[in-house]
Write a protein that binds this ligand. Structure first.
Ligand code: ATP
Length: 270
């Protein structure tokens, strides 16, 4: 007979819900079907990359998964809680850095974090401690008393990330977190995210920069034309292709390299 603790662990592992479970997700904007029947199973504790070409439906999917946009059809669970019928439980468990992030512009970075701490019900002293540490690792301490309206694009991403992490969520969703971010700041963000996933939390981020996804993620979902073309561990999705970039081009159907034939006027006649 197996050892009881062993049995329990196995049972627990089998029963643990995935970080994110999506079934039959659809969204249409007028005639445009943006998301058509997406199923996703993203395991907990992974660094997940959602990749796809422009217009693939990544932002629409992430907006629905994080409760910002109501799906036409489909079911979404985070840690076993339904996003649309149990929103309070879900919002306590997730952090979101959306595309086109809107922030309270007339607060300083520090005030923004203090405000977020209050919203999340974190005791003041604990918010102060966490805010100081996040500002430090994201290299924002020097700008903490500046108004957010005066922040650069990269600084806005960083303060948005700090606000999304303040309550130590189980799952963090990031839409293009590295866009407009300089290499030094990108390294700081990477460091924070790697540390965060090492603690068992899950990061889901969208990107079209394959090298970045390949170097950061251990789980990938490839999306094109509103559908999931492949999902699974990075090595499995990459398969026999020499790089994720090539696997991606094969999956989404790359246009021929000479597809710019129609531009025979471009660069000519000089
Ligand atoms: P990108 O990488 O360029 O940001 P994406 O994969 O995030 O693209 P989405 O922004 O989800 O793609 O868009 C998917 C499709 O849905 C596109 O064809 C887009 O034009 C359309 N779409 C998205 N939002 C809306 C909206 N609010 N109204 C109408 N169409 C929309």
């Amino acid at each position: 007979m197996p050892d009881r603790s062993e049995t329990d662990t196995t049972t627990e592992a089998v029963q643990a819900p995935p970080a994110v479970r999506v079934r039959g997700l659809w969204k249409r904007f007028g005639e445009q079907v943006a998301v058509s029947g997406v199923d996703l199973d993203l395991p907990a504790g992974r660094f997940v990359g959602l990749v796809g070409p422009n217009g693939a439906g990544k932002t629409t999917t992430l907006s629905m998964v994080t409760g910002l946009l109501r799906p036409d059809l489909g079911k979404i669970e985070i840690g076993g809680h339904d996003v649309w019928t149990d929103p309070v439980a879900v919002k306590a468990r997730i952090g979101v850095l959306p595309e086109g992030l809107r922030l309270f512009e007339r607060l300083s970075g520090r005030e923004l974090l203090a405000y977020n701490g209050r919203l999340r019900g974190i005791p003041g002293a604990e918010t102060d401690k966490r805010a100081a540490q996040l500002l430090d690792v994201l290299d924002l301490t020097g700008a903490q008393h500046k108004l957010v309206v005066d922040y650069s694009t990269g600084m806005r991403k960083k303060i948005g990330l700090a606000a999304a992490l303040l309550h130590n969520p189980e799952v963090l969703f990031l839409d293009e977190p590295f866009e407009g971010v300089d290499p030094v700041s990108a390294q700081a963000i990477r460091g924070v995210l790697e540390r965060y996933t090492r603690s068992g939390a899950t990061v889901v981020f969208s990107s079209h920069v394959m090298e970045l996804v390949e170097s950061l993620c251990d789980w990938v979902a490839v999306m094109a034309a509103g559908r999931i073309k492949a999902q699974g561990p990075l090595a499995e999705v990459r398969g026999a292709a020499p790089s994720l970039q090539q696997a991606f081009l094969d999956l989404v159907g790359a246009r021929a390299a000479d597809g710019a034939d129609g531009l025979d006027w471009l660069g000519g006649g000089r």
